[in-house]
Design a binder for this molecule. Structure first.
Ligand SMILES: [Zn+2]
Length: 335
């Protein structure tokens, strides 16, 4: 059976152990496209049988006249030493245990939000596609199982440019938009960061391949891509909220209708235990770890004060809940 050359690489392999472009944070992902398909592999190719539909059924919520549905892109495995490079790991394992989570901190969910707003069909983030981890990249199958065809999507709004949020913008052949009728939206600061030729040199070696992959994908959809700023309306009822730190141009999305409000938080609050109980822990995936802490604290305080519900991309499925104060920190309460 055909196996995609990049799909079966473990996430946590050591930098330099294989192709430079496929290190810790995935690969550049150019191996399979329609040209190579037509040029040689022919009818013998079948997509990997592992692309089964994830077990989570979509979860749907009403927000005024809007309909908000969480659809899974699968799960991700990230080594704890990568997530928390500055924290004693037994301390982290004890925190996970206390919250009933796997001590390894993985797998983590990938909760993609789909919004029906009038005639608009909006996705917030596009999942990771076929070139990141074998257990993820299942968004299209799960959308179709929920009755949502890729060509019905009118907008794809990115929270940030990491692979698990952006790389699914291209289809499984990696050379055409997965959502052919959609406009794509990213924050201007995020576009500037990922397309800056100096960005790979500002990242650790293990993440340089990620920067090259994200830059390549943004440029592949550039003619359909709009760059927006903090507070700008993205679609009726949806607006960006600047939440930098995880990446320089990271945006949450505020969804509002009929006097009700919901925040799609992207990766600001990315772990059901750590982000709430230990918001001051420095997170390995945050580009600016101090700014990540400040943004996290600001959002937690806001959500706990005004009781706005949250959907978090990596929180326990489906990632929908409220933030409550707990001692000097917080807790996530599923709704
Ligand atoms: Zn993420």
């Amino acid at each position: 059976m055909y196996r995609h050359p990049f799909r079966h690489r473990p996430f946590n392999e050591e930098p330099g152990s294989r192709d430079p472009g496929c290190r810790l944070y995935g690969c550049v992902g150019t191996a399979l496209n329609r040209r190579t398909l037509l040029a040689g592999f022919g009818a013998a190719i079948a997509l990997p049988a592992t692309r089964a539909i994830a077990s989570h059924a979509p979860a749907t919520y009403k927000l005024g006249a809007l309909e908000v549905t969480v659809v899974s892109d699968g799960v991700l495995n990230v080594p704890l030493s990568f997530s928390l490079p500055e924290t004693p790991l037994p301390e982290a394992a004890a925190l996970f245990r206390a919250h009933g989570l796997p001590e390894a901190g993985s797998p983590s969910q990938t909760n993609v939000v789909f919004v029906k707003s009038g005639n608009e069909r909006i996705l917030i983030d596009a999942g990771s596609g076929p070139n990141f981890q074998q257990t993820a990249g299942k968004l299209q199958e799960n959308l179709e199982a929920a009755g949502v065809a890729p060509d019905s999507i009118t907008k794809v709004v990115f929270t940030h440019g990491h692979p698990d949020h952006l790389w699914g913008a291209l289809d499984d052949f990696d050379d055409a938009p997965r959502f052919p009728n959609a406009r794509y939206i990213i924050s201007a600061a995020e576009w500037d960061f990922w397309t800056d030729p100096d960005t790979p040199s500002r990242l650790p070696d293990a993440l340089k391949g990620m920067a090259l992959g994200s830059s390549r994908i943004l440029k592949a959809i550039e003619d359909k891509l709009e760059r927006r700023k903090n507070g700008e309306t993205l679609a009726p009822g949806l607006a960006y909220l600047a939440t930098p730190g995880h990446t320089p141009g990271h945006m949450a999305v505020v969804i509002e209708d009929g006097g009700q409000r919901l925040i799609v938080g992207g990766d600001v609050l990315a772990n059901t235990a750590i982000s709430f109980a230990r918001p001051d822990w420095r997170i390995g995936a945050d580009f600016d770890r101090d700014q990540g802490i400040a943004t996290r604290r600001r959002l937690l305080d806001q959500l706990a004060s005004d009781r706005t519900p949250l959907i978090g991309f990596h929180l326990a499925w489906p990632g929908y809940g409220a933030v409550e104060r707990s001692g000097t920190a917080y807790r996530f309460v599923p709704l």
